[in-house]
Design a protein around this ligand. Structure first.
Ligand SMILES: Nc1ncnc2c1ncn2[C@@H]1O[C@H](COP(=O)(O)OP(=O)(O)O)[C@@H](O)[C@H]1O
Ligand SMILES: [Mg+2]
Length: 286
């Protein structure tokens, strides 16, 4: 049973069962996403993280259980109403060829547009603010497919920000990026939660970055939530073994106190040329 978060949940999943025609994936998931926090969902490949995000965002209908957005069943709200409150960036999004950054970011405004009433000024302000926040304005007229992975990912985040929802779900926004670019993106997302009061739920792969930036971690395996709580509470060697089958020691960052995992290579896998101690007689090492 997940522990109750301190802040009000904006989005909750209650006893969720969901999957695809050929396959059941979520098997009784209970989850509460707390307001103004950065929650990170972790789990091995195929554990159901993307399926859970899609179910929470109303892209996928659960076969049992329900999702509540601000206390109301999300399936009883219409698509536009949901899109005005909740933005989602799916895993590995792709843009139509030749689409410019400005056009992509502008797509975030669709939920706010109506045939008979269009607020072009408000749209332009939202697009400008989103591009400035993510620092993509310099290449606004360039084609999205001609950008580096990190630049492109910032454009997708700008698109979600232009939607002006205070609840944002991002599925693996940092995968395949250099470590520095991942850190820059996480700093940006963390500021959204902690300085601008947005509520974020992210799927991440890097365990140590997740532990460093998350207010709450949720760990999944085989369509179930194994544990959730603060990184200090749940980022333990026992959970890393139980969820990821990973042998690791968990240490503490001396500066921030965040837990860090250090995988422990099995005997034969360790580098052979490393001296056992500083006093070793190097002539003995062949
Ligand atoms: N569209 C789909 N149709 C059928 N099975 C799917 C589909 N998408 C994902 N799955 C299966 O559902 C399981 C969970 O997938 P997913 O939620 O994408 O996991 P994760 O995001 O944790 O890697 C996997 O076994 C995957 O193969
Ligand atoms: Mg996934």
């Amino acid at each position: 049973m997940p522990s109750t978060p301190a802040k009000t949940p904006r989005l909750t999943g209650e006893a969720l069962h969901a999957g695809y025609e050929s396959r059941r994936v979520l098997d009784g998931v209970d989850l509460a996403v707390a307001e103004g926090q950065l929650t990170v969902l972790l789990g091995p490949n195929g554990s159901g993280k993307s399926t859970l995000l899609k179910t929470l965002a109303r892209t996928l209908t659960p076969s049992a259980g329900r999702v509540c957005l601000d206390g109301q069943d999300i399936h009883r709200r219409n698509t536009r109403e949901v899109a005005q409150r909740l933005g989602i960036l799916p895993q590995g999004p792709s843009a139509p060829e030749g689409l410019t950054v400005r056009q992509l970011v502008g797509m975030g405004r669709f939920p706010h547009r109506r045939l008979w009433r269009q607020d072009a000024e408000r749209d332009a302000r939202a697009i400008h603010a989103a591009m400035a926040y993510t620092d993509v304005a310099a290449f606004a007229e360039r084609s999205v497919d001609a950008l580096s992975g990190g630049q492109r990912q910032r454009c997708w985040i700008a698109m979600v920000l232009a939607q002006e929802t205070d609840l944002i779900l991002l599925d693996e926004p940092t995968t395949f990026l250099d470590l520095k670019v991942q850190v820059d993106l996480l700093e940006l997302l963390s500021r959204l939660a902690h300085e601008h009061g947005r509520t974020l739920l992210l799927v991440l792969h890097d365990l140590n970055l997740a532990a460093a930036y998350a207010d709450r971690l949720v760990m999944m395996r085989d369509g179930r939530i194994v544990t959730s709580g603060t990184p200090r509470d749940v980022f333990t060697a026992t959970h890393l073994k139980g969820v990821f089958d990973l042998d690791a020691r968990v240490l503490e960052d001396p500066e921030t106190g965040s837990p860090i995992c250090v995988p422990t290579p099995r005997r034969g896998a360790r580098p052979s040329a490393r001296p056992a101690s500083p006093t070793v007689d190097r002539r003995c090492i062949s």
